[in-house]
Ligand binder design. Structure first.
Ligand SMILES: [Zn+2]
Length: 362
């Protein structure tokens, strides 16, 4: 039986090596308390619950944790859904997988481990706080957590279009279709295979995992946004709109959730949302530098000289964020709130963020 205590004892060394990137005093305090109370079950449970409350929150700040803490928090989500016991997942194998995931994410401004974990934590909030977990089996929750954390694995920090325009090896390998997403899926399977996390699954379970997780990661290609919205719309217009039991329905709901979480940072509290927006702008500017150098058309509204003008970057970022909200995020979140009313409060954040961005644009 995998318990809170046994998991924490296993990862005790995480707390010993405290290489802080950025530190939130409250968080450090919580981790050192857990470390000191590893032998005291009651205190440990209380601290674990405190951690889970934080992870359930829409207002969670993803910028104040070390990479090791991210691994530890992912383990806590597994524990919350009792996935070790329910699916017979080996603690050490999962840990090995998570270390490889951490190492596979590049240090890009935006597409990095923190973004991957942010998507996973947002998913956890939808599941555990907004009660979306009632629609899924433990196996499907496992698929959701692993797919979210893996959805940008080994991302090179440039877009699909850039890879195609520059005839990158990956673009050739995947026939120019969802190039990055194919790469993320393939990397995820390699890491799962190496760490043997799902090696004990039956052939049927393995097939199902592959089907649901690859669909979920393909759903994060923005090119597939309209088709996801159309699929969701037609499901909600059907007389089966409240029933999510068939494999097709489950797959649709998994795709919708992973895609939504991937684009949800524009709907987070403004300071968090603004930080994400500036990070993606940095990555766009890096790409603009490369495009200018190679002599291909610029993909975004950033030029390489923008990197020296912070006022200009902020204004362009504000315009991009509002456009992104209006085109992708808001219509999708409105549709989701129609089907799942518990998610409705998220829409308020979007309205506040738009007002904040308008002030910057004017
Ligand atoms: Zn992503």
């Amino acid at each position: 039986m995998i318990s809170i205590k046994s998991t924490f004892v296993n990862f005790n060394h995480i707390f010993q090596s405290k290489k802080k990137i950025k530190s939130d005093p409250k968080e450090i305090n919580l981790f050192s308390k857990i470390n000191n109370n590893i032998t005291n079950n009651t205190k440990l449970t209380m601290l674990y619950e405190q951690l889970i409350q934080g992870l359930k929150s829409w207002e969670y700040n993803p910028f104040v944790q070390t990479e090791q803490e991210i691994i530890y928090k992912f383990q806590s989500m597994f524990l919350y859904y009792d996935l070790y016991n329910e699916l017979n997942i080996n603690v050490d194998r999962l840990y090995e997988f998570l270390i490889m995931v951490k190492d596979s994410y590049h240090k890009n401004p935006y597409h990095n481990l923190i973004h991957a974990f942010d998507v996973t934590q947002t998913l956890f909030c939808y599941l555990a706080n907004m009660k979306m977990d009632q629609y899924f089996s433990k196996f499907e929750i496992f698929v959701l957590l692993i797919s979210s954390l893996s959805h940008d694995l080994s991302h090179p920090g440039v877009s699909n279009n850039f890879l195609i325009q520059t005839s990158n090896e990956l673009a050739k390998q995947y026939n120019q279709i969802s190039v990055l997403e194919n790469h993320h899926i393939s990397t995820m399977y390699k890491l799962l295979h190496k760490s043997k996390v799902i090696s004990h699954f039956t052939p049927k379970q393995k097939k199902l995992f592959k089907y649901l997780s690859s669909n979920a990661i393909f759903a994060t290609d923005l090119c597939n946004h309209n088709s996801i919205v159309e699929r969701l719309q037609s499901k909600l217009n059907s007389d089966q709109c409240n029933i999510w039991s068939s494999l097709a329905d489950k797959s649709l709901l998994i795709d919708v959730l992973v895609h939504t979480c991937d684009i949800s940072n524009v709907a987070k509290p403004f300071q968090v949302s603004k930080e994400w927006t500036m990070l993606i702008s940095n990555e766009f500017i890096q790409q603009a530098h490369m495009e200018k150098k190679i002599g291909i058309p610029l993909s975004y509204n950033f030029d390489d000289h923008d990197s020296t003008n912070s006022e200009e970057i902020l204004k362009k970022s504000a315009v991009n964020s509002v456009n992104f909200i209006n085109t992708f995020c808001e219509p999708l979140l409105q549709l989701i709130s129609r089907a799942f009313p518990e998610t409705t409060p998220v829409l308020d954040y979007i309205e506040i963020n738009k007002l904040n961005w308008y002030e910057i644009i004017e």
